[in-house]
Design a protein around this ligand. Structure first.
Ligand SMILES: NC(=O)c1ccc[n+]([C@@H]2O[C@H](COP(=O)([O-])OP(=O)(O)OC[C@H]3O[C@@H](n4cnc5c(N)ncnc54)[C@H](O)[C@@H]3O)[C@@H](O)[C@H]2O)c1
Length: 256
């Protein structure tokens, strides 16, 4: 077994997955970078040491088996699995065809199930950790998120199932629910009105940065979290905690 702990990060070609990869490398881990966008993955991996780019799709069982086999062949061990690959497809319930619903579920839910299941024999050997990436949308319902929000709520529960069953092997499973993160993609599609509305609704008055999510993921993977399993951490600037935190109420106070 290699001396370097090894993490598998899915959706590692950009955004939160790439930030997590950079942080793991800085902490001395090796990283199997998984992403179905082969070109972007290669660009992201270029020049990095101790990485193995794996251009696979987490929703296809045979490709998931290849992810595990090639990671073991290359690094000899798997200590952490970060199920980060995700797709966002927002639309009204009535316009969400079954094909769109399945596209979201395939990656966001099936992918987490498949990768985690395939990693279990290897995580047993290292008494390793799983971190699943959900979303504020899995905790709070909103318009246009029938598939995305439901998939993320399922990921939160799947994490608890994993923790309940895998604890006896020393495998921990935890979940991170980011609020809006300032990824290139989010910034490209969020209008100034949306950016202002988030500013007002989030107690910290800003979007999160990719590395702020990565630090929570890395903590949950690390030995510092050795007695933490089955938990959900919202990394969202306080967004989820503000049940009656309407901006107008926060600013002026009321008697509710
Ligand atoms: N950005 C946000 O504001 C935000 C907020 C809450 C939750 N999240 C969640 O965080 C995770 C990462 O988000 P991001 O903003 O960095 O996303 P992103 O779109 O920038 O990156 C996601 C990566 O996953 C890859 N991917 C998608 N489906 C895949 C599949 N089936 N197999 C392999 N790779 C696949 C994509 O090619 C892409 O490179 C997602 O699960 C997302 O739902 C993001």
């Amino acid at each position: 077994m290699s001396d370097h702990k090894t993490a598998i990060v899915t959706g590692a070609a950009r955004g939160i997955g790439l930030a997590t990869t950079h942080l793991f490398l800085a902490e001395g881990l090796s990283v199997a970078m998984v992403d179905r966008d082969a070109e972007e993955l290669q660009r992201a991996a270029d020049g990095l040491e101790r990485v193995l780019p794996l251009p696979y799709d987490v929703s296809i069982p045979e490709q998931v088996d290849a992810i595990m086999a090639e990671t073991i062949q290359h690094f000899g061990r798997i200590d952490c699995l970060v199920n980060n690959a995700g797709v966002a497809d927002f639309g009204p319930i009535e316009d969400t065809s079954f094909a769109r619903w399945r596209t979201v579920m395939e990656t966001n839910l099936d992918g987490v199930f498949l990768c985690s299941q395939a990693a279990i024999p290897h995580l047993k050997k290292t008494r390793g950790a799983i971190v699943n990436i959900a979303s504020i949308s899995g905790l709070r319902a909103s318009t246009l998120r029938v598939a995305y929000g439901t998939s993320k709520a399922a990921v939160i529960h799947l994490t608890q199932q994993q923790a309940a069953e895998l604890g006896e092997y020393g495998i921990r499973a935890n979940c991170v629910a980011p609020g809006p993160v300032r990824t290139k993609l989010a910034m490209a599609v969020h209008t100034p009105e949306i950016i202002d509305a988030y500013h007002d609704a989030i107690p910290l008055n800003r979007y999160g940065a990719e590395d702020e999510i990565a630090h929570v993921i890395a903590f949950l993977c690390s030995d510092k979290a050795s007695y933490v399993t089955g938990q959900l951490i919202s990394a969202d600037g306080g967004f989820e905690s503000t049940g009656i935190g309407l901006p107008a109420v926060r600013a002026k106070g009321d008697f509710a």
